[in-house]
Design a protein. Structure first.
Length: 217
């Protein structure tokens, strides 16, 4: 593997998650560090650093005296993380000063309108969705809250790669993003938060529909 912009540990994490998304590993089974380091062409030290990082994100489990294993991930795990992120983003909006919300709202609507209703790959959906939600919470004065949300988003995307490959095609809804922005433009913060939570919940349903379709092929 070629190491480019990211740190070695980050690049190893990315490579591992790409392979997870491709179905190269069996979740719930032990990880052979010697074999994996050989496959990736890296030494065991940076590999172990990457595995520890992925452990903190819930992708890998560490068993005392037994090393690491791929953490089994269920649809329920994914849905639980989504609910937490939705609640924290709602809190971020509540903490954002009204003048900041007024400034953000028109830009959000512009972003939402460019997020056309269609089918896209999971990777593209994630990228566009993250841009929208990052802008939505950008006015929150709590840096720590924004960092927690960002960290959970990273874990969420890792979970997604365990459930579906980045190339899987998923339906996206422009109207849900437009409603969030329009509620904010009208000054209806409670309605904005309700639309935000609905967007997260509906997105979960759309992704799990893809999982079900794969399972029933």
């Amino acid at each position: 593997m070629s190491i480019q912009r990211q740190s070695l540990r980050e690049q190893i994490e990315t490579e591992i998650m790409d392979r997870v998304g491709a179905g190269d590993f069996t979740m719930g089974t032990p990880i052979n560090e010697v074999a994996l380091s050989s496959e990736l062409g890296v030494s065991r030290t940076p590999l172990r650093e990457a595995l520890i990082s992925l452990t903190q994100q819930g992708v890998i489990e560490r068993e005392s005296g037994k090393g690491f294993r791929w953490a089994p991930v269920s649809a329920a795990d994914f849905a639980e993380v989504v609910q937490i992120i939705a609640a924290l983003e709602a809190l971020a909006i509540e903490l954002t000063p009204q003048e900041a919300l007024d400034s953000i709202a028109p830009r959000l609507l512009q972003e939402a309108q460019s997020f056309t209703a269609s089918m896209e790959s999971s990777n593209e959906i994630d990228r566009r969705d993250d841009e929208f939600h990052t802008l939505l919470t950008s006015g929150c004065p709590s840096r720590r809250l924004r960092e927690i949300i960002a960290s959970l988003k990273l874990a969420l995307r890792r979970y997604e790669r365990l459930l579906v490959a980045g190339t899987e095609v998923i339906e996206r809804s422009a109207s849900e993003h437009e409603e969030i922005a329009e509620r904010l433009i009208s000054g209806d913060v409670e309605g904005c938060i309700a639309a935000l939570k609905a967007n997260w919940n509906n997105g979960t349903v759309r992704l799990l529909d893809v999982v079900d379709a794969k399972t029933n092929r």
